[in-house]
Design a protein around this ligand. Structure first.
Ligand SMILES: *Cc1c(COP(=O)(O)O)cnc(C)c1O
Length: 429
């Protein structure tokens, strides 16, 4: 057992001043039944808690840190910029640089607007889609996550075509009228919804690779089908690439499958570890946004110079190196080893991976939709997580959060991780 005295102490005090002691719920480790660790330092593939323990990190700040923690070039760019001011509330060149990098990497984006979080990005993209189509309803998928705007906090009703329900108190029931839930990788469920409400649907929003129910890959025809259905019905297709943007290749998953959505939302990696979000698309759509058009959206710290240079530095490094090959190899290596180890222990699991993202699902089913995800043994995952932490391996504190590998991970880290998992499986049988 690692010593965690100081983390424990701070956590107790933090709970007096911050709801649950955390500023984002999953950080509280509730899903794994332990206390969170207070981190006070991170470098490369490692995070260090306040008690001085070292961990190989597979959370990577939930996705942004593709270069690893505290990348020298990113840190230097932030420091050099901060000396000249941390926010101007006026245009600066760094905004233009990042916008250009993004638009050049995404054929579907003529223009992009910077915001401060993925939540703002999806909320604003839906507003543009509603304004453009003059319609109110949106379709999303069970198990996908698009931030915490009211519109998205609606779950399916008892049947596909019955009214949905808010997933959170405080979300008015009327939002449920406008948010329809379809099933991931199930085009029939989308077609049924369109049959009923086709000419009222402003947009379909989807994670082109689902990364918030664990990693669930889209079937080959799924995304293409969504493109066809939305086109036929005059609805917008929004790809929420907050996780997948610049994660699977230089650009989005849309570049890989060669599908152009009408609007794209980004966040995480494009901020290089600072708070950021962005939404963009065709000129005709983005020119509806103020001050060119009437669709209102604004932000005091939007286009913040520190976030812009952190993001631009990250993207330039990704563009000019063969990092995607590197993390593909590391992902292949680790998940290959894990498959073998689980088999040797006679333990079932399903491992999904795409490049540097992967999930170890504690289920024997193939996992390609939300129903399959729900067959996971979350108690077993909790035990697995607890034991792994004690071996210095920091996996996400919930079965349904994706593991990320960064460019700073080394083969040695992968080997150590595999060894630790081998040991842990001896104890959780
Ligand atoms: C993280 C995430 C968001 C929300 O981004 P925040 O910056 O946390 O508001 C939205 N969509 C997806 C797909 C995400 O993974």
């Amino acid at each position: 057992m690692l010593k965690k005295t100081k983390s424990k102490e701070l956590y107790e005090i933090a709970q007096q001043y911050i709801p649950g002691g955390v500023n984002s719920p999953v950080r509280a480790f509730k899903a794994v039944g332990t206390d969170p660790l207070f981190i006070n330092r991170a470098k490369g593939a490692k995070v260090y808690d306040i008690d001085g323990n070292e961990y190989i990190d597979y959370v990577c700040s939930w996705g942004p840190l593709i270069l690893g923690h505290s990348d020298d070039d990113v840190v230097k760019a932030i420091c050099d910029t901060a000396v000249n001011g941390t926010s101007y509330g006026a245009p600066c060149e760094a905004e233009l640089e990042l916008a250009k990098l993004i638009c050049d990497a995404f054929p579907s984006m003529d223009k992009v607007r910077m915001v401060n979080s993925g939540t703002e990005a999806t909320m604003s993209a839906v507003r543009v889609a509603r304004a453009y189509t003059g319609r109110n309803k949106i379709v999303k998928f069970e198990g996908c996550f698009h931030g915490h705007a009211d519109t998205f906090l609606i779950k399916a009703g008892s049947g596909l075509l019955t009214a949905g329900k808010p997933t959170s108190p405080g979300v008015p029931d009327v939002f449920a009228e406008h948010t329809l839930n379809a099933k991931y990788n199930d085009l029939e469920s989308v077609k049924d919804i369109f049959k009923q409400w086709g000419n009222e649907i402003a947009a379909v929003i989807v994670e082109p690779v689902a990364g918030n129910m664990g990693l669930v890959l889209p079937d080959a025809e799924f995304l293409k089908g969504l493109r066809n259905i939305t086109e036929l019905n005059g609805s917008m297709l929004i790809f929420d690439e907050v996780i997948t943007g610049f994660r699977t290749c230089y650009g989005g998953f849309q570049n890989i499958v060669e599908i152009e959505p009408d609007l794209t939302t980004l966040g995480k990696i494009i901020g290089g570890g600072l708070p950021v979000g962005a939404y963009g698309g065709r000129k005709e759509l983005m020119d509806m946004v103020a001050p060119v058009g009437d669709v209102y959206q604004a932000g005091t710290l939007s286009g913040n110079p520190l976030a812009m240079v952190a993001g631009a530095t990250t993207l330039k490094k990704l563009k000019n190196n063969d990092y995607y090959d590197r993390i593909e190899v590391l992902g292949y290596l680790l998940t290959g080893k894990l498959k073998t180890i689980f088999e040797e222990h006679d333990l079932y699991c399903t491992i999904n991976r795409l490049g540097s993202m992967f999930s170890v699902f504690f289920t024997e089913q193939e996992v390609n939709n939300y129903e399959a995800v729900q067959t996971c043994d979350t108690d077993k995952y909790a035990k697995f997580h607890r034991e792994l932490i004690n071996k210095g391996i920091y996996f996400p504190p919930a079965q349904f959060e994706v593991c990320f590998i960064s460019c700073a991970h080394e083969v040695e880290d992968i080997e150590k991780t595999a060894e630790a998992i081998n040991d842990v499986l001896n104890t959780i049988k």
